[in-house]
Design a protein around this ligand. Structure first.
Ligand code: PEP
Ligand code: MG
Length: 763
């Protein structure tokens, strides 16, 4: 039946074609693409920028020879002026912008007192001008300008957009100057995102394994066709026997999965296919070559079919061809795949999916699959996260971009695939996965119980999250709120920083889901080991201590302001808590606070209550505590960074892992004194570094007076259960004794662990 249908050409081919690449909507997305290429195309940028801002002219001036601004690229001005037109810093509007470091938005630029006419540029027809400085590490590197014929004041959004572009340009200019290729992201090639359709829900993080093409035949022509036909028949019988065994084990009584497998079995037992193969062998081909030829021929015809049922059979056909080749001794599925691997296939048949599942894959990406297709039905019944119908990731599809063994995040809840994820993104997904584990379910009873120690000390246990769908963990864990929402992780998972409206929608969704519970939004903490493709990819010798995080936010406020506005918009009369990362001076905090307050005032329906806090990660703040505690509404200790800066120990260096301990006299002294000072000042103090979720550290912090602890969702319920067994009043003098007996900076983990082991075990 199937084979007769395959021969019939379809009436309509509509809907079969390539879905087409989603056009990046925003200029930034396009710029990132340009910057992600190995050769930086400065000349391409003005055209892109001018098109986005609907301006007739866009020009880039680069600082050369100390104080000369040279026209380096333009669209709209005379091409011949490039490399020729030069203005001194302070000369003309461009020079003035470079000198002051401030944007100029001029409806009538030519009548501005600073205007300097340069005949070779041909700029007479253009009346209005917007020029912004290109700053890097606080220094002017150039000027970016757009011009229009009609007199106009550029909108605030346009100014912001141009400032944002200037920020990207700042990263580009040194690379242009040195004619160097931009640095690749962590792990070599850049991370890429693909969006698709969720076929079966769930998350997976693992190495990619590809379901390759059919193994090419070694021989095309058979010497003895009759013997070859016998070989084919034997292999066919073997294949059917194996299939029967496989399906017998899996065939449920009824339901969609049964229908899928029966439809597949029907194709497998259809004599038409075998007749075609036999005809190929009789024409002189080897059995393997006949499999290839018939598969290719049917594929060609079926590609034109609109009928989804028949297109689904194409995957069945590939599956069968692979099995038959295997029975012929050519290729087949690998014996072993890396544990937890994520399978990437163009198409996948149902029996094949069962086989791969048995080999231990943790998820599947099928380029040509739909939610109602067979692979989707089967993946759901196997509980295997699956995504299909992918697009995005630049010009290349995932099939061309991905290599065997490369790491992949499969977010089948959101229909997203992240190839070569940044370590922080992968880690966030691992934590989200851990929080969903069955072990967590067994602790479910603790969800509704109060967080308190055996002697009645109440704690506030909160969550650290960064992926929007992790907000569901508030319910699952009964956490008091989100103590740290790492907004950069959400942006990195998306691969971009969306505009204010889209960001506001995201934050509002989170607040809706949290209800009365607080969410502490941390502003973008990009840089160091957290990079967005194309953004902030400067080649810094020491990126963790470089131009990152709030430093960027204050030097180039456009992106930060956009985020703060989005947060204020999202709150709409509700309380809003915002925290700034990598604060090193009280002045930085005060400046950031002022930006937030300004944005909050500007939105209609400002936040009901604004709590503005700081991370404590940079040791210099420890000597500014009176000022800091007076200026901040709350302080959250980021032990991950604080430890790395206190001990000068790179948090990402495996050789240093565990060398310095939070449970050591200097850090415990510090925590104790911070708790006392914050309490005296009436400022809420918490810990949101990883130590907060680590049992011994959490108990010790609680004993020292820090009872608000924010941690990953997987840590929360086990910690709550443990804390309930701890008599903190009894532990305090023990801890004091351990500390007074210690000398130097060595770890006190041994004696603390011994006490907790003895007194914190289940009754
Ligand atoms: C920290 O530094 O402790 C912290 C919570 O921030 P992150 O881990 O995101 O740097
Ligand atoms: Mg940090």
């Amino acid at each position: 039946m199937f084979w007769t249908l395959v021969g019939r050409p379809s009436q309509t081919d509509k809907g079969l074609g390539d879905k087409g690449m989603a056009q990046p909507r925003r200029l930034l997305a396009r710029l990132r693409e340009v910057m992600a290429r190995s050769v930086v195309g400065l000349a391409e940028l003005p055209r892109l920028i001018a098109a986005e801002l609907v301006s007739e002219v866009c020009s880039i001036y680069v600082l050369v020879a100390g104080d000369l601004l040279q026209l380096a690229a333009t669209v709209g001005l005379q091409e011949a002026a490039v490399g020729q037109t030069r203005l001194r810093v302070g000369e003309g509007i461009v020079g003035l912008v470079a000198a002051t470091g401030a944007a100029l938005n001029l409806p009538d630029a030519q009548n501005h007192p600073a205007f300097a006419y340069r005949s070779e540029t041909g700029e007479e027809p253009y009346t209005s001008m917007l020029a912004v400085p290109v700053l890097r590490a606080g220094k002017t590197r150039g000027v970016l300008a757009v011009q229009n014929r009609v007199p106009r004041l550029y909108t605030e959004e346009e100014v912001e957009e141009l400032e944002t572009v200037a920020m990207l340009l700042a990263e580009l200019l040194p690379a242009v100057a040195e004619a160097a290729a931009p640095e690749e992201g962590a792990g070599g090639a850049l991370s890429r995102r693909f969006s698709g359709t969720s076929l079966a829900p769930g998350l997976a993080v693992g190495p990619l394994t590809r379901r390759g093409a059919l193994a090419a035949p070694e021989r095309l022509l058979a010497e003895d066709s009759a013997a070859e036909l016998r070989r084919l028949e034997e292999a066919g019988a073997k294949m059917r026997r194996r299939l029967d065994r496989l399906l017998a084990d899996r065939l449920p009584e009824e339901g969609a999965t049964r229908e899928v497998l029966e439809a597949y079995r029907l194709v497998a037992s259809d004599s038409g296919w075998f007749a075609r193969l036999a005809a190929g062998v009789q024409s002189g081909l080897t059995a393997e070559a006949a499999v290839h030829r018939v598969t290719a021929e049917v594929r060609r015809r079926m590609r034109r079919l609109a009928d989804p049922y028949l297109r689904e059979r194409l995957a069945d056909l590939d599956d069968l061809a692979l099995r038959l080749l295997e029975a012929l001794g050519a290729g087949g599925l690998p014996e072993r795949v890396p544990n937890g691997a994520i399978l990437l296939a163009r198409r996948l048949g149902p029996a094949e999916l069962i086989d791969w599942h048995a080999r231990g894959i943790s998820g599947v990406i099928v380029e040509e699959a739909t939610p109602h297709g067979h692979v989707a039905i089967l993946a759901r019944s196997l509980g295997l996260p699956a995504v299909g119908a992918l697009e995005g990731g630049g010009a290349e599809g995932i099939g061309q971009s991905a290599g065997d063994g490369e790491w992949v995040v499969l977010d089948a809840d959101e229909g997203r695939v992240i190839l070569r994820p940044e370590e922080d993104v992968a880690e966030s997904y691992r934590q989200a996965l851990a929080a969903r584990s069955s072990e967590q379910e067994t602790l479910g009873a603790w969800r509704a119980r109060p967080a308190a120690t055996a002697d009645g000390t109440r704690l506030r246990l909160m969550l650290n999250i960064g992926l929007p769908h992790e907000i569901g963990q508030l319910e699952a864990t009964g956490a008091a709120g989100v103590g740290l929402f790492r907004t950069e992780i959400a942006m990195m998972a998306l691969g971009a920083v969306p505009d204010a409206t889209d960001q506001a929608a995201l934050y509002a969704r989170l607040m809706d889901a949290a209800g009365e519970r607080e969410i502490v939004f941390r502003t973008l903490d990009l840089g160091g080991d957290k990079l967005l493709p194309g953004v902030l990819r400067g080649a810094e010798g020491n990126p963790a201590m470089g131009w990152r995080s709030l430093r960027v936010g204050l030097d180039r406020p456009a992106v930060l302001r956009r985020q703060l506005r989005a947060l204020a918009l999202a709150a709409r009369g509700r309380p809003l808590s915002v925290m700034f990362p990598m604060v090193a001076t009280v002045e930085e905090f005060v400046a950031a606070r002022a930006l937030l307050e300004t944005e909050a005032r500007r939105v209609a329906g400002p936040p009901g209550r604004l709590a503005i806090g700081t991370m404590l990660e940079v040791p210099a703040l420890l000597w500014q505590l009176p000022g800091l505690l007076a200026a901040a509404d709350f302080v959250s200790i980021g032990t991950n960074d604080l430890m790395q800066f206190l001990f000068a120990a790179d948090r990402t260096a495996p050789a240093l892992a565990g060398r310095y301990d939070i449970l050591s006299p200097p850090v415990l002294d510090l925590m104790e004194s911070l708790a006392a000072k914050a309490e005296a000042a009436g400022v809420a103090l918490s810990v949101c570094g990883d130590a907060a979720g680590e049992p011994l550290a959490a108990i010790t912090l609680a004993a020292l007076g820090i009872t608000t602890l924010s941690m990953s969702a997987a840590s929360l319920l086990p910690l709550k259960a443990l804390l309930a067994r701890i008599d903190l009043a009894a532990f305090r003098p023990v801890l004091a004794g351990i500390r007074s007996a210690a000398s130097g900076g060595a770890s006190l983990r041994g004696p603390i662990g011994a006490w907790v082991g003895e007194h914190g075990g289940p009754d």
